[in-house]
Each structure stands twice: as structure tokens, then as C-alpha cells.
Write a protein that binds this ligand. Structure first.
Ligand SMILES: Cc1cc2nc3c(=O)[nH]c(=O)nc-3n(C[C@H](O)[C@H](O)[C@H](O)COP(=O)(O)O)c2cc1C
Length: 390
């Protein structure tokens, strides 16, 4: 029997999400899907996106949308990419390589996390010119220098410095699921894995997910046991001097991720940031954070029209991408979404999601009579209409 076409079985990200939940162990699901506190940020991000409405166009004749986007000196196939996700290989075996390969084939950016399960040397060649490297700020300047040199030598051109983790967040769902990073195997986890054979077998083949980059520095750190975990090495609580030091060391594009306050944006630009990534970390750090989309509008107003802005948080469709672009973003990213796709369909899931996003971008641009993504801002419905939808 021929397998059903994924386009029919999983026509939306919500289908992939449901299938992922049924295919990964519970503790993995809790890691991927959770936020912190009451998890109010996730629905807030969604609600802000859904409030953005457009006026469709009529009588414009055939529309052939062109999604290609030049961003930070590189051409991309569409204004969508893969946000950094730590322990990606825990969520689905081989996730980093699968996503990097998809990104290279589809010509969209892939961001490798500092706390990925694979090293920059392994993933850099797979991502090729689509690779971005995300840095959680190491405390020790020599480790910082070494990681940046390694990322650069492995072919990563864009550096993303994440600044919205001044300390750990509580992530209650992960506590309940007894998830430690790196994971400590408990009998309950083994039971959960036994019920999810595709994940279990894949993980057996790929090997236990480990923080392969950070591990190497833990080995160097032989004396004090209390520092012998990645959280300590990375808990730098960086300041503006730290940002300056990173800027001095990286000669490619530098993106600052996790910005929500419009007052920070002009200063980040003055300190040499090439792009600002507006994000509330998908709600995983601060349950009191405003919707990232509301921050985006204010940040665009504070930095003017030219500063490159990236948006993430709750993006589920091509229409959501257009909503963020209409409110001032130049590029958008998804974090969880790619991993729901991998969980649902394995490595091929990422390519399927790229197709869904591309098809949905085109379908909605045609409705708006837009041949270029940046044109959709002119089709925004008046603000009052958006409020009426609340
Ligand atoms: C499981 C998980 C792990 C993450 N790990 C990182 C990380 O290592 N570095 C980082 O900058 N952001 C990390 N993030 C945040 C994402 O890069 C991104 O900001 C967020 O997922 C966007 O929201 P979305 O999941 O609704 O698309 C992580 C998010 C998730 C869900």
C-alpha cells in the first residue's frame, strides 16, 4: 500500500504537533512543548499574531509571489528559518544534522545552539552557507574565545548572541517530568521510551543525547565539582561590556537575540549589532513577558526602518510570517515547529514543514495581491479592526 501523501495527512503544523506528541516519550514532549510559570506567554504570542488582519486585494490579475529574501548579506529562499533549540537531538535522534541538511537544501538559515547535542565541527559543513551559530555567553573568556574560533572555522558566518537568560527559569513542567540536562535516566523514563519505539530505536542508533560542545570544556574544568555542569559554565549574566567583547571577536554579522524593550534597540545598534532578534524565548524564560509581536512594533518604531529585525514566537504558518513582516520584521524563525515536524515524520518532517510554510506564504500573498513579502504591510487592516477581533 502506498503511504499517504504527507501533504494530505499533515496539511498544517497542528497536525505535525499532534503526531509528534504521540511519537516522542512524555519527558521529551514536556521539554519541547513547555514554557515557564503558568505558560501565559504562549497564548499571548498567538493572540497577538491572530489580531493582525489584512484587507485582501481584488482585480489584480495573476499574482506570482517571489519569496526570495536578502538578509545580512545572504540570499535566502524565504524569510523563514530555524531558531536555535538546545538538546535538539534529544527531541528527535539526529535532529541537528536533519535540520541543517534541510536548511542547506531549502536555502533557509539554520541556527545551531551552544547546547546542541552536536558540535559546530559536525554541523557546520552540513549547514554550509546557511549556518548561524548561537552563543549562550560562557563565563570564562578563554572558553568564549575558543567556541567562537571553532564556530568560525566550522563555517558559521552569522553569530547569534542570546541575552534573555540572565538566570535560570523554573520550567515547572520540566521539573515534573524530572528532566535534567543532560538527561539522567530513571525507570519512569525507560517505561516512557518503551512506549515510543521509533524514538527509542533511533536514539539507540544515534547514541545518548549529550551536550557535545560544552562537555569538552567540562573535561578541562577538573577541580571544582560545583562548576562541573554546563549551566555554571554558561551562566555569565552578560552586560554591555560582554557584548562589546563579543563584537570585537566576531567579524561577521552579529545578531542579538531576546530583545523586547524598544529602549535597548538603538543602543544595541550603536554597539555594533547587525540585527536584533525580537523574542520572548517562546515563553520559556519569563511568564510576565509581553507578546513578542507587540514588542516588535515598538522596536521597529524605535530603531527606524533600516535596522534588520528578526521575529520569533508562536509562528505556525505562512500567514503568521506575513503578520510579523507586516509589523516590522524582516525575517522570522520557528523553534518548536521544526521539532514537532521531526517528531511527527522523522528527518523528512523538516522538509515537509518548509513546504507547508512556503505554500501558505504563497497562498496568502496571492489573496493579498502581493508579489513580495514586504508589500503585505500596505494591506494591513486599520488598527481598530484588529482590536475588534480580540
Ligand atoms: C526546546 C527549546 C529549546 C530552546 N533552546 C534555545 C537555545 O539553546 N538557545 C536559544 O537562543 N533559544 C532557545 N530556545 C528558544 C528558541 O530559539 C525560540 O526563541 C523559540 O522557540 C521561539 O518560539 P516558538 O517555539 O513558538 O517558535 C529554545 C526553545 C525551545 C522550545
Amino acid at each position: 500500500m502506498r503511504a499517504m501523501d504527507p501533504a494530505q495527512k499533515y496539511p498544517a503544523l497542528s497536525d505535525l504537533k499532534a503526531a509528534c506528541k504521540a511519537r516522542v516519550p512524555w519527558f521529551v514532549w514536556e521539554y519541547l512543548d513547555s514554557a515557564t510559570g503558568s505558560e501565559s506567554v504562549k497564548p499571548r504570542n498567538r493572540a497577538a499574531l491572530e489580531r493582525v488582519l489584512f484587507r485582501p486585494a481584488i482585480l489584480r490579475g495573476p499574482i506570482a509571489p517571489d519569496l526570495t529574501t536578502r538578509f545580512l548579506g545572504q540570499d535566502y529562499a524565504m524569510p523563514v528559518g530555524v531558531a536555535p533549540v538546545g538538546m535538539s537531538g534529544l527531541i528527535w535522534p539526529g535532529a541537528e544534522a536533519a535540520l541543517a541538511r534541510m536548511a542547506q537544501a531549502r536555502r533557509i538559515p539554520y541556527s545551531l545552539s551552544t547546547v546542541a547535542t552536536q558540535t559546530p565541527e559536525t554541523i557546520g559543513p552540513v549547514a554550509g552557507d546557511m549556518g548561524w551559530f548561537q552563543l549562550y555567553p560562557p563565563k570564562d573568556p578563554s572558553i568564549r574565545a575558543d567556541i567562537l574560533t571553532r564556530a568560525r572555522n566550522a563555517g558559521f558566518r552569522v553569530l547569534v548572541l542570546t541575552v534573555d537568560l540572565p538566570g535560570p527559569s523554573r520550567r515547572e513542567r520540566q521539573l515534573r517530568a524530572q528532566l535534567a540536562i543532560p538527561p539522567k535516566v530513571t525507570p519512569s523514563m525507560l517505561w516512557q521510551v518503551a512506549q515510543r519505539p521509533a524514538w527509542g530505536l533511533g536514539t539507540l542508533r544515534a547514541g545518548t543525547p549529550r551536550l557535545r560542545l560544552m562537555e569538552e570544556y567540562l573535561k578541562l574544568d577538573g577541580n571544582a565539582p560545583s562548576t562541573a555542569h554546563p549551566g555554571y559554565l554558561l551562566r555569565a549574566a552578560p552586560d554591555w561590556d560582554y557584548l562589546r567583547a563579543v563584537r570585537d571577536m566576531w567579524d561577521g554579522p552579529l545578531v542579538i537575540k531576546g530583545v523586547l524593550d524598544p529602549e535597548d534597540a538603538p543602543r544595541l545598534r550603536a554597539e555594533g549589532a547587525d540585527a536584533i532578534w525580537v523574542s520572548n524565548h517562546g515563553g520559556r524564560q519569563f511568564d510576565g513577558a509581553l507578546a513578542a509581536l507587540d514588542a516588535l512594533q515598538d522596536i521597529r518604531a524605535s530603531v527606524g526602518p533600516d535596522m534588520p529585525l528578526i521575529y520569533d514566537g508562536g509562528v505556525e504558518s505562512g500567514l503568521d510570517v506575513l503578520r510579523a513582516l507586516a509589523l516590522g520584521a524582516n525575517f522570522t524563525m520557528l523553534g518548536r515547529g521544526w521539532h514537532y515536524a521531526l517528531g511527527a515524520l522523522g528527518a523528512g518532517g523538516a522538509d515537509h514543514l518548509a513546504t507547508l510554510l512556503q505554500d501558505d506564504l504563497i497562498a496568502n500573498m496571492v489573496q493579498m495581491g502581493a508579489t513580495r513579502p514586504e508589500q503585505v504591510a500596505t494591506q494591513l487592516a486599520p488598527r481598530q479592526d484588529r482590536r475588534d477581533e480580540m
